[in-house]
Design a protein around this ligand. Structure first.
Ligand code: PGA
Length: 243
């Protein structure tokens, strides 16, 4: 068992509907009553369901609410975008920034990702900054070089409270994961850049069957879970794994 806080982030991506969001939030919050006091769960539904999530939870809910993206801008002519302040206004306390799907599908560069993380932190949201190498970079043994480059901005301009999620792009949704030694090495590298107190989560095909091994790695402070977080029963197993 870890003595420090273990953060489990449920990233629903573009999945779910109001009813599913409601039952998940309610069920997971109920589970938290009997969970280890060290576990913190952050539920990131699609932004349109943030309010639904908040409404399904009691005021002092143990489960925290997060968003999956935000604009780098505070307001203005940005049709379809959502500002960090709007997310906070609808109950979000965390926001995932620079997920590899957004980097690949929406051209988010390290510079944009840094601006978004700063904009989020400016309104009191905790940014969960995603970094990680592609399959080609992994095969070329460039993982540490890629992580150093992706973290250059936050290393130069530290963001208080920032959470980093190490997500090898090739491990996301693929069922593949790096070896435990590789996960430990990547996390150690991130901490060597941002300081040993930096919270670093692992993400990429985390599921009930492998979460205990992953959380047992000293350098790992939690997990960012995609597909496996859609099932309430799986989530229950993964929360129990923290005990
Ligand atoms: P996965 O996704 O758990 O389905 O691999 C993780 C993520 O993309 O955050």
């Amino acid at each position: 068992m870890k003595s420090s806080i273990v953060t489990l982030v449920a990233n629903w991506k573009m999945h779910g509907n109001q009813a599913q969001v409601r039952s998940f939030a309610y069920a997971v919050n109920t589970m938290m009553q009997s969970a280890s006091p060290n576990v913190r769960v952050v539920f990131c539904p699609p932004a349109i369901y943030l309010e639904t999530t908040r409404a399904s939870l009691p005021q002092n809910a143990q489960i925290k609410i997060g968003a999956q993206n935000c604009s780098a801008h505070a307001q203005g002519a940005f049709t379809g975008e959502i500002s960090p302040a709007m997310l906070a206004d609808c109950g979000a306390r965390y926001v995932i920034i620079g997920h590899s799907e957004r980097r690949a599908q929406h051209g988010e560069t390290d510079a944009i990702v840094l601006e978004k993380a700063q904009a989020a932190a400016a309104v009191g949201l905790i940014p969960i900054l995603c970094v990680g190498e592609s399959a080609t970079e992994y095969e070329a043994k460039q993982t540490t070089a890629v992580l150093s480059k992706q973290l250059q901005g936050v290393a130069a301009q530290p963001i208080a409270g920032l959470i980093v999620a190490y997500e090898p792009v090739w491990a996301i949704g693929s069922g593949k994961t790096p070896s435990m030694l590789e996960i430990a090495a990547a996390h150690a590298h991130i901490k060597s850049i941002l300081g040993s107190a930096q919270t670093v989560l692992y993400g990429g095909s985390v599921k009930p069957s492998n979460i205990s091994d992953i959380l047992a790695i000293t350098e790992v402070n939690g997990a960012l879970i995609g597909g496996a977080s859609l099932e309430i029963a799986g989530m229950q197993t993964m929360i129990a794994a923290v005990n």
